[in-house]
Write a protein that binds this ligand. Structure first.
Ligand code: ZN
Length: 268
């Protein structure tokens, strides 16, 4: 996926696709629409998500509260901003049917899927950075749990072929690939950044001037450097200069000001 397309074109494409889906699944869409009018929606299976997204597309943007359905049963269900503070790691797995309402977001370099409620903030960040002469782009955003399961299963087979059996193979796979539902990318609020000349998504991103810009400015758009250097004991993840997480403006400011991790901010 290295195609460059203008943001407006891409946005329209997404909406047209969503509209077609909605037309094709008129009954489902109408039902979703009714549900969204006030009755809380049951967590939708991944296949049904596009129809629900289409039905809620118009209202979602004008609503302060998150749309029903995506996190109704989440442990952080509560105030309007809690959805942005959800902790996801190997000990805090997302349910297998977790299906956030995502839209495509990015700039002319590349688009990825991102939680609808934070997609605008991501594009504002990209625009602000590049308006100063940088070349920041998104490399990876939302990934489905099914995709993660595929990666994981493949790794388990590989370990089995190396001679491990059953639980041993699963344990070994978990050290190489993130457990399905345990990646922030499954949440739809994590983004891996790069530049047109460096899409490696590795430590070399730290040498790019865009990395320094992000460290100083990402918080202004509600994003934090999620796995900082020296915080491996707290996050359980080694330093990832490319990986940023949307947590909302207030949390991002406090986490930046006090140099915290999300775990410390949440009191985990
Ligand atoms: Zn990442």
């Amino acid at each position: 996926m290295k195609k460059s397309r203008k943001s407006g074109y891409r946005r329209r494409t997404v909406r047209n696709r969503a509209a077609l889906l909605a037309a094709g699944c008129a009954v489902v869409a109408a039902l979703s629409g009714l549900l969204l009018l006030g009755i809380s929606q049951k967590p939708a299976p991944a296949m049904a998500a596009p129809a629900a997204s289409a039905a809620s597309a118009q209202q979602a943007e004008s609503q302060a509260a998150p749309p029903a359905g995506s996190e109704a049963a989440g442990e952080n269900a509560g105030t309007a901003d809690d959805w942005a503070l959800r902790l996801v790691d190997k000990d805090h797995l997302l349910p297998a049917d977790f299906a956030p309402d995502v839209v495509e977001a990015g700039n002319s370099y590349k688009h990825v899927e991102f939680d609808r409620r934070a997609a605008g903030a991501l594009e504002e960040l990209l625009d602000a950075c590049n308006a100063e002469g940088y070349e920041l782009m998104v490399c990876s955003g939302y990934r489905t749990i099914a995709y993660q399961e595929g990666l994981f299963e493949k790794q388990v087979r590989k370990q089995e072929n190396l001679g491990l059996s059953g639980e041993e193979a699963v344990a070994a796979a978990a050290t190489v690939v993130e457990v399905p539902g345990g990646s922030e990318h499954n949440l739809g609020l994590a983004v891996d950044f790069g530049t047109p000349d460096n899409q490696l998504v590795d430590e070399s991103f730290d040498d790019e001037p865009e990395s320094a810009w992000l460290k100083a400015n990402a918080w202004k758009y509600g994003f934090i450097l999620r796995y900082p250097q020296g915080a491996e004991d707290v996050t359980g993840i080694t330093y990832e200069p490319w990986h940023y997480r949307y947590v909302g403006l207030a949390a991002a400011k406090e986490i930046y000001d006090r140099q915290l991790t999300l775990e410390e901010y949440l009191g985990e």
